[in-house]
Design a protein around this ligand. Structure first.
Ligand SMILES: Nc1nc2c(c(=O)[nH]1)N[C@@H](CN(C=O)c1ccc(C(=O)N[C@@H](CCC(=O)O)C(=O)O)cc1)CN2
Ligand code: MG
Length: 290
């Protein structure tokens, strides 16, 4: 049976490491602040936002909540973005996705001050990632890499098959993994891929992020591979991942869903916020010549 990659325990370890950094900022009268923008009343999104606020309390980060009705206009939503961009108590913020259909999501993300982009999903942050320039990193891909690193699973030279080309996971993960610091070789599979199983069977690491319940079955995975289940679907109200149960008998390591990459996404969000506060503090000191 595969060894489970425990995202919850790893998130707790990341939080324990953040606490002294938050204390060091507090000694300089800086309290990092994370704001969340939630539009509408989707229960899953409400749940994710609630857990982000709980995480803030656990680590000593101030949290700010903006909740807007599902029929909010583009202009009203953008006014909230402008407020957060100007709010000195907010070190970083996220706009919970997905947004309602009538909202131009790209325009909203493009309006986020890049210095406050806690999600790393603003176009300027993704552009900087493509160019190899420092930028906040998208939380789920960063969480995947951090989870592998903490279990000593090597990426350099590894063949990683990513299934799913969404911006929040698959496409951004491909960019992170092919940086020189990771040096992995990536195959990005999507709905146009002729034979997904043939691609994943060649891989040392399979990341299933398509949002198709139990898409990855044991015959998609070579013996001894590492498999991360990232996709989220609800089947009869039950959270169901992209990885079928029998995969645990073939893989050497499995990041389960729930309990794997989801908690790591939360851990990396708090890390991004603390880093944003540290950067902002560094800039204030530099401007004073300190
Ligand atoms: N602005 C963003 N929107 C969304 C993101 C994102 O990174 N930024 N990702 C997802 C939702 N998400 C965070 O926002 C998220 C999803 C899941 C989890 C998590 O910890 N899941 C638990 C299970 C929870 C359950 O039972 O429902 C787990 O995997 O163990 C955290 C964050 C889409 N939107
Ligand atoms: Mg839209």
């Amino acid at each position: 049976m595969a060894t489970l990659l425990d995202g919850k325990a790893t998130k707790d370890a990341v939080f324990a490491e953040l606490e002294p950094r938050v204390s060091a900022l507090a000694e300089q009268d800086v309290v990092p602040g994370l704001a969340t923008v939630l539009v509408g009343d989707d229960p899953a999104s409400q749940n994710y936002v609630r857990s982000k606020h709980r995480d803030c309390a656990a680590v000593g980060v101030r949290s700010i909540s903006r909740e807007l009705p599902a029929d909010v206009s583009q202009a009203q939503l953008e006014a909230v973005i402008d407020e957060l961009n100007a709010d000195p108590a907010c070190s970083g913020y996220i706009v919970q996705l997905p947004l309602p259909e009538h909202i131009d999501t790209g325009a909203v993300l493009a309006r986020i001050d890049p210095a406050k982009d806690a999600d790393g999903l603003a176009p300027s942050s993704l552009g900087r990632l493509v160019l190899g320039e420092p930028a906040p990193l998208p939380c789920t891909p960063r969480g995947i890499i951090e989870l592998l690193r903490r279990y000593d699973i090597p990426l350099a030279g590894a063949h990683v098959a990513v299934v799913g080309r969404g911006i929040t996971v698959g496409r951004a993960l491909g960019l992170l993994l092919t940086r020189k610091s990771e040096n992995a070789t990536v195959t990005l599979c999507h709905t146009g891929t002729r034979d997904v199983a043939a691609e994943t069977r060649r891989a040392d690491i399979v990341v299933a992020a398509a949002g198709v319940p139990h898409l990855v079955t044991p015959d998609h995975v070579k013996s001894g591979a590492v498999v991360l289940d990232v996709g989220v679907s609800r089947v009869d109200g039950v959270l169901t991942g992209d990885v079928a149960p029998g995969v645990a008998e073939v893989a050497a390591y499995l990041s389960p869903n729930p309990g794997g990459v989801g908690p790591m996404t939360r851990a990396m969000l708090l890390t991004n916020v603390v880093e944003a506060a540290e950067r902002a503090r560094g800039q204030v000191l530099a401007s004073r010549g300190a």
